[in-house]
Design a protein around this ligand. Sequence first.
Ligand code: TXA
Ligand code: MG
Length: 347
Amino acid sequence: METKIFNAVTQYENGTKIGGNVIRSGGLVAFPTETVYGLGANGLDGAAVKRIFEAKGRPADNPLILHIAKKSDLRELWTSVPDIARRLADEFWPGPLTLVFNRSSIIPDEVTAGLDTVAVRMSANKTALALIRASGVPIAAPSANTSGKPSPTTAQHVIDDMWGKVDVIIDGGACDIGLESTVLLLSGKPTILRPGAVTKEMIEAVCGASVNVAKSVLKPFDASETAAAPGMKYRHYAPEADVIIAKGDAFTAASIIRREYDRFEAAGKRCIILSSAESKAFYKGRRYDIIGTKKDMSTMCRNLFAELRLHSSDADVIFAEAMPTCDLGLAYMNRLLKASGFTVLEE
Ligand code: TXA
Ligand code: MG
């Protein structure tokens, strides 16, 4: 397949208009959002949605998110809109929050993988919104990576995974947030299935009550748990290199990383350390990248997937420091733990 690429700044009109036509006629369009790049198809067309699964190599039992351009579009996608959904949407949409509730009959089974619920979000990205408006339908879109790889946060990542497999790529530069949206299940007690930039603390402030966090967010998926979050059972965000996390205070974590780095290097392995700005002095003389600052976890979130991709070819082992799991740290640690296959070293 021939892939066309458009620049979201210089070719905004053309990119979103042609992209919209492609979606409407059953094709695939990769587009930027504030979280990660999405791989979109007409969310009301089961055959078009199937092509997403083929392009990604995604297991058919992992459902997709529908992307809408205005809040009122929710009404036709769900059986009803609960009051809590309305309040959360008013507070966080457009933005990085996906809400899951009972699906209406217009949703094809391909989108929900046969579940009774459907995930919906309204992105804050201007190009994404224009594309949805131009297509005139809700756009079903997972992250635009090959299944199992870290999600794409630049158009180059999308090109690396999807060239020749999609009709259009719209290049909107680097994504602001860099991690996928928070997924919140609203049937039953609100439960975070996947943490993101709309944090547990922010959701609880709107709900006025505590919300649950799925066990699989910080622990390996346990087959005995009901698969409310089908995406959780797959190994995710895995670069080709092995990822090892060191846990403890800054000094302890750095000591573990230095010891393991030297051990792997002596065995002929190529190592890289994803260091916080605060810890770089610990790693002098070894190969490290500064991934962000602990004072602002959003910097670390923004760079994580790009760093995992960057070093999937030039390193055998990637070391990273564990961060506290409050606020944005929960999303960061969820992705890092999954990328590592839950490999955590501590004293
Ligand atoms: O930020 C994002 O959410 C990005 C951008 C493109 O919008 N999209 C994204 O999609 O990350 P994807 O398919 O990579 O992740 C969707 C997650 C999966 O873990 C999936 O299992 C879960 O949402 N999900 C979708 N529908 C669901 C449902 N009905 N019930 C439970 N989980 C659902
Ligand atoms: Mg994904």
